[in-house]
Design a protein around this ligand. Structure first.
Ligand SMILES: Nc1nc2c(c(=O)[nH]1)N[C@H]1C(S)=C(S)[C@@H](COP(=O)(O)O)O[C@H]1N2
Ligand SMILES: [Mo]
Length: 301
C-alpha cells in the first residue's frame, strides 16, 4: 500500500482554511470565487453532519473497473488517462451531441454541493462535491416525448482498467434513472470534490451523483447518456436482480436480502463508533418524496 502523499492532503487543508477565511470576513460563500472552480454554496447543500476527510473519500472507494477491494481504485487508477474525454448524448433526442469534458466543465460552472453518499453495503460519507445539475447538461439536446428513461454508460477501457479484464460485472458499467429523477435539480454531474478536480478513483473526469439513491446508482467516468423508451437494465440488476432493483432509493424499511438497511456505519468514525440510523431517501425526502407518491417502494426497490 502506497503511503499517502502530503500533496494529496493539502486540498482538504486549503479547503478548510478557505471556508474559515470566507466566514471570518463575513462574506456569503456565493459572493466570491477563490478557486479555479467557482466556489459557490447551493440551496441543496446540507451541512448538518461532519465532512468525511479527503483521505477517506479518496482511498475508500467502490470502482470495480479498478478492482474490488476498497483500496484498489486509489492504488490502480492514478495513471488512468482522462484526456481527451467526451460524452455523447443520444437516443430519443432530435439532435444527438458529443461534447468534450473540458467544454462541459467550462459551459456549466460547478458549485459546492455537500451531499451524503450512502452505499448499499451499509456505510456512508459526507462529501463536499463540486458539480451542477444534470438537467442543465441535458438541455443541450431536445428530448423526444418517446423518451421515458435515461441510461448512463461508464467508459470501457480494459487496457487501462485492470478490473475490466474479469467478468465481475457486465461491462461497461451501466446505470439509469427515470426522466423526472434525472431532471431533478439535486441530480448532479460531478466535476470535483473539496474544491479540487475530481480524483480518478472517484470517477474522473465526470461522474453522476444521485443523493437519495444507493451509491451504485451514481456511475463514474461516464461517456454516454442515452435517452430511452424502456427502463434500462443496470449492471447490478443484471448481475443480481433479486438484490438490486432499478429504483434503489435509500430506504431503511426495505432490507437487502442479505442484510438490514436500517442503520449505517459512518466512514472515518472508527470501527467501534455506533452506527447511525439510515434516513428515508438518505435524508432528501423533502426534495424527492413526491416523485414516488402512490408507488409501492417495497415492490419497486
Ligand atoms: N463505473 C462505476 N461507477 C460506480 C461504481 C463502479 O464500480 N463502477 N461503484 C458504485 C458504488 S457501489 C458506489 S458506493 C459509488 C462510490 O463512489 P466513491 O468511490 O466516489 O465514494 O460509486 C458507484 N459508481
Ligand atoms: Mo455502493
Amino acid at each position: 500500500m502506497k503511503k499517502y502523499k502530503h500533496s494529496e492532503i493539502t486540498p482538504e487543508l486549503i479547503y478548510n482554511k478557505r471556508r474559515k477565511f470566507i466566514k471570518s470576513i463575513g462574506l456569503g460563500v456565493g459572493s466570491i470565487s477563490l478557486s479555479s472552480i467557482p466556489f459557490l454554496n447551493n440551496a441543496y447543500s446540507q451541512n448538518k453532519t461532519k465532512l468525511t476527510s479527503y483521505e477517506d473519500i479518496t482511498t475508500y472507494n467502490n470502482y470495480y473497473e479498478f478492482g474490488t477491494s476498497k483500496s484498489d481504485p486509489y492504488r490502480n487508477s492514478q495513471e488512468f488517462i482522462t484526456k481527451p474525454w467526451s460524452v455523447t448524448i443520444e437516443g430519443e433526442v432530435e439532435n444527438p451531441v458529443t461534447i468534450s469534458a473540458e467544454e462541459i466543465i467550462s459551459l456549466f460552472p460547478s458549485e459546492e454541493r455537500i451531499y451524503k453518499l450512502r452505499c448499499v453495503e451499509g456505510w456512508s460519507m459526507v462529501i463536499p462535491w463540486m458539480g451542477f445539475s444534470l438537467s442543465r447538461l441535458l438541455s443541450k439536446v431536445s428530448i423526444k416525448n418517446t423518451a421515458k428513461f435515461v441510461e448512463f454508460e461508464s467508459v470501457y477501457d480494459p487496457e487501462q482498467m485492470n478490473g475490466q479484464r474479469y467478468p465481475v460485472l457486465n461491462w461497461p458499467y451501466r446505470e439509469g434513472l427515470r426522466i423526472d429523477e434525472a431532471m431533478h435539480p439535486i441530480t448532479t454531474v460531478v466535476t470535483g470534490l473539496y474544491g479540487k478536480t475530481l480524483p480518478n478513483q472517484n470517477g474522473a473526469p465526470l461522474r453522476i451523483f444521485v443523493p437519495w439513491k444507493y451509491g451504485f446508482k451514481s456511475a463514474k467516468a461516464i461517456v454516454k447518456i442515452k435517452l430511452v423508451e424502456n427502463m434500462p437494465t443496470s449492471s447490478w440488476m443484471r448481475s443480481s436482480p433479486r438484490e438490486y432493483g432499478f429504483y434503489s432509493n435509500v430506504n431503511p424499511n426495505v432490507s437487502h436480502p442479505r442484510w438490514s438497511q436500517a442503520t449505517e456505519r459512518v466512514i472515518g468514525e472508527g470501527i467501534l463508533a455506533p452506527r447511525i440510523e439510515t434516513e428515508m431517501f438518505n435524508g432528501y425526502g423533502d426534495e424527492v418524496a413526491h416523485l414516488y407518491s402512490g408507488m409501492d417502494l417495497k415492490k419497486n426497490f
